[in-house]
Design a protein around this ligand. Structure first.
Ligand code: ARG
Length: 456
């Protein structure tokens, strides 16, 4: 493609080192779509006849069909997907093919292809996030009135409905979907026409191209347009956060499925056994997902590090953007897909949950709140209940094991009905503030999500 200036062939070693077609072939559809739109602008500018454009479009479509069928002979010496397609087009249709690259550089071409590709992926990722949200909401519905201990520091803290815990993840995934959609809207501007760096002396209708490709507008600075990979960084950082959320959910699932917790059962189809220990049923989906978070975060770091310190504008370093981008997208999509399927096959073990949540210490704060309602400042109330817990420790009993007289010795403010405070149902019913897990609140949230996700 650049033979004019060179006397010698590129070394085979360099061809192998610099090729990207082994991975950027995946951009073929977007490359062809972009070229077809570009050819419309060339025709409008009078640089292609109608017949020439027709043969270009038809040639590109044929090439596309061959790539799709796995029959296209990609050539490493042609470096990337862009040159593979263009050179094959010219071989097929002759001189019209040689006109396609007019007023275009691979620099704006690759920026275009990557935007088109990621724009499409954004839509799919949002769909998969919705799928997992739906699965979690469905699981929440199946879990009914099950209450579990909520944890802080992985120590039993206060009781929550199991569904309340699941809906916390639904909220996180909602923000993730918002971030992906937001980054899609920012990436949806067309860089084509920026050329290598400084546009072209041949002026094409950029707005026409942008319109044909469904962009919201065109980039406004040719140098920025060919050197910008912010849109990829943004998406990867959104995906890194999705991966972190999935990793945290994984950790909860792993704990819940353990013999120590026994809060959930994962369907056989989504667990694996041990080749050695016959009793094992391992939560591999969750473990792999937790592990893959490292990979996605690594992709984000890799891309940021590649871009850091690059002078304006396009530098070949930027070819290194593609593998981390592809890998992060593939990894997160696969994780979202399998997680949704696994959650659909999970069930809650209400017996074990009931056992865990019967721990009266979960209601220690309720006792302090009871004193507050009776006029005791919270700090003093906290101390009184702390002494009650210590007393239980000495006697080897639970908070329910202390007598009314014991409580009243600790604070005369306790009423004769103090023991009724240590009732789970009463405690749940009282948690009425917005966002807290009173039964009415949780039911309303569950319905809100069901409605929202059936529309989305
Ligand atoms: N394969 C290259 C990439 O992915 C395409 C752009 C090449 N541009 C250039 N001037 N060598 O970045």
């Amino acid at each position: 493609m650049w033979k004019g200036r060179f006397k010698e062939e590129t070394a085979a070693l360099l061809q192998r080192y610099s090729e990207s077609v082994s991975f950027d072939w995946r951009l073929w559809r977007h490359d062809i779509e972009g070229s077809i739109a570009h050819s419309a602008a060339l025709e409008k500018a009078g640089l292609l006849t109608g017949a020439e454009r027709e043969s270009i479009v038809q040639g590109l479509r044929e090439i596309g069909a061959e790539i799709e069928a796995g029959k296209f002979p990609f050539r490493q010496e042609l470096e990337d997907i862009h040159m593979n397609i263009e050179s094959e087009l010219t071989r097929r249709i002759g001189s019209a093919g040689g006109k396609l690259h007019t007023a275009r550089s691979r620099n704006d071409q690759v920026a275009l292809d990557l935007r088109l590709y990621l724009r499409e992926e954004c839509g799919q990722i949002v769909g998969l996030l919705r799928g997992l949200q739906r699965a979690l909401v469905g699981f929440g519905r199946r879990s009914g009135q099950t209450v579990i201990p909520g944890y802080t520091h992985l120590q039993r803290a206060q009781p929550v409905y199991f569904v309340h815990h699941l809906l916390a993840y639904v909220e996180m995934l909602e923000r993730d979907a918002g971030r992906v959609a937001d980054c899609r809207s920012r990436m949806n501007v067309c860089p084509l026409g920026s050329g290598a760096i400084a546009g072209s002396t041949i002026v094409l209708d950029r707005e026409l191209v942008a319109g044909l490709l469904g962009f919201d507008g065109v980039t406004q600075n040719s140098m920025d347009a060919v050197s910008d990979r912010d849109f990829a960084v943004e998406l990867l950082s959104a995906l890194a956060l999705v991966a972190v959320h999935l990793s945290r959910l994984s950790e909860d699932v792993i704990l819940w499925a353990s013999s120590e917790f026994q809060f959930v059962t994962i369907g056989d189809a989504f667990t694996t056994g041990s080749s050695l220990m016959p009793q094992k049923k391992n939560p591999d989906v969750a473990e792999l997902t937790r592990g893959k978070a490292g990979r996605v975060i690594g992709s984000l770091m890799s891309l940021l590090t590649t871009l850091k310190g690059l002078p304006m504008t396009y530098n070949r370093d930027m070819q290194e953007d593609k593998e981390p981008v592809f890998d992060a997208v593939d990894t997160v999509k696969a994780a979202l897909e399998i997680f949704a399927a696994m959650v659909e096959e999970m069930s809650v073990r209400s017996d074990a949950c009931a056992r865990a949540v019967s721990d009266p210490n979960l209601l220690a704060t309720d006792l302090a709140d009871e004193l507050v309602n009776r006029g005791v400042p919270f700090r003093s109330a906290h101390e009184v209940v702390g002494r009650a817990v210590a007393l239980c420790g000495e006697r080897g009993c639970e908070l329910t094991g202390l007598s009314v007289a014991d409580y009243q010795r600790l604070s005369p403010a306790f009423g004769d009905d103090v023991l009724s405070v240590l009732d789970l149902e009463r405690s749940m019913a009282a948690r009425k503030s917005i966002g807290a897990p009173a039964p009415g609140n949780v039911a309303a949230q569950l319905e809100r999500w069901e409605t929202r996700l059936s529309e989305a």
